[in-house]
Design a protein around this ligand. Structure first.
Ligand SMILES: C[S@@+](CC[C@H](N)C(=O)[O-])C[C@H]1O[C@@H](n2cnc3c(N)ncnc32)[C@H](O)[C@@H]1O
Length: 271
């Protein structure tokens, strides 16, 4: 096995177990919580890096919605230079702290991704949106803007977005819902959770509700992988949609994987 997979996965491990930011976030973020998903993410990320390094000895990566820096740090570790953009100053302070050893290969901007995309200079070899598309209401326009800053042979890479619910089979929906509920029951605030679910079922979302925002993807139909493929194909990319199973439950994660359930996806698009 490529020993970089273990190295990059171990960076994700550090995020999972060493961050004061948040047992609560980790518990609710399957791609950070489960070793199998961290390994999948590491393999895809290395594949993207290896492809980029064929054309540029120090690939230039743009990490959009970089958060506290797991992807940024992975690309820096492999030898890329990274521009990290996030709207949260708090998250970026964490990122800066974690990545301070990489010196001038890192630039950080606290900004909305859309305004950053308008203002950034130069072209990129890779644009990454990790666990991010489901935070962007018009993710199709966002992807179009993102790929416009890519140079020749540029790549778009996303990971950990929920597949469009309507594309799941009845069985996959049932299994995913049951896995989620089995985890949710142990998180407390059951009555609050039920009340929120009923409210959202009526189409009522509260902008100032942390729960509504953090569960955005759970309640608003998932992210349309086919539309994304169509856009990237139309822009001349060779686009691969990689589907996999992801759930918060430690028990159901391996079971769903073995049964071949798919509810989440990654995109790797190469020009
Ligand atoms: C789920 S986190 C993902 C963080 C990181 N990419 C990762 O995989 O660990 C989503 C991040 O997107 C950021 N974010 C959300 N909307 C944004 C926007 N419009 N512009 C910039 N950052 C945004 C949030 O502050 C948060 O750090």
């Amino acid at each position: 096995m490529d020993d970089r997979v273990a190295r990059i996965a171990s960076i994700a491990n550090v995020q999972a177990y060493n961050s004061h930011m948040v047992q609560k976030y980790v518990d609710g973020a399957p791609h950070v919580k489960h070793a199998s998903l961290r390994a999948l993410y590491s393999r895809i990320l290395i594949q993207v890096f290896d492809n980029a390094v064929r054309y540029s000895s120090i690939p230039r990566v743009l990490d959009l919605g970089a958060g506290e820096g797991s992807v940024t740090r992975s690309f820096l570790e492999l030898g890329a230079s990274v521009v990290a953009v996030d709207i949260s100053e708090y998250q970026l302070n964490e990122l800066k702290d974690k990545c301070k050893h990489y010196g001038e290969r890192l630039e950080i901007y606290c900004d909305d991704v859309n305004s950053a995309l308008e203002n950034l200079e130069g072209k990129f070899d890779v644009v990454v949106a990790n666990s991010f598309l489901h935070h962007v209401p018009d993710y199709i326009s966002f992807i179009k803007s993102s790929v416009s800053v890519l140079g020749e042979h540029g790549q778009f890479f996303s990971f950990q977005d929920p597949l469009k619910y309507r594309s799941l089979s009845h069985w996959e929906r049932l299994f995913s819902d049951f896995a989620y509920l089995s985890w949710r029951v142990f998180r407390g605030d059951i009555m609050g959770g039920v009340a929120r679910r009923l409210r959202r079922k009526k189409g009522i979302y509260l902008d100032d509700s942390v729960e509504d925002n953090s569960e955005y993807h759970v309640v608003r139909g998932g992210v349309d992988q086919d539309a994304i493929w169509g856009v990237l194909d139309g822009e001349g990319f060779d686009c691969d949609v990689i589907s996999y199973f992801s759930t918060q439950s430690r028990v159901f994660q391996p079971v769903g994987t073995i049964l071949g359930v798919k509810n989440t996806f990654s995109v790797v698009a190469v020009k």
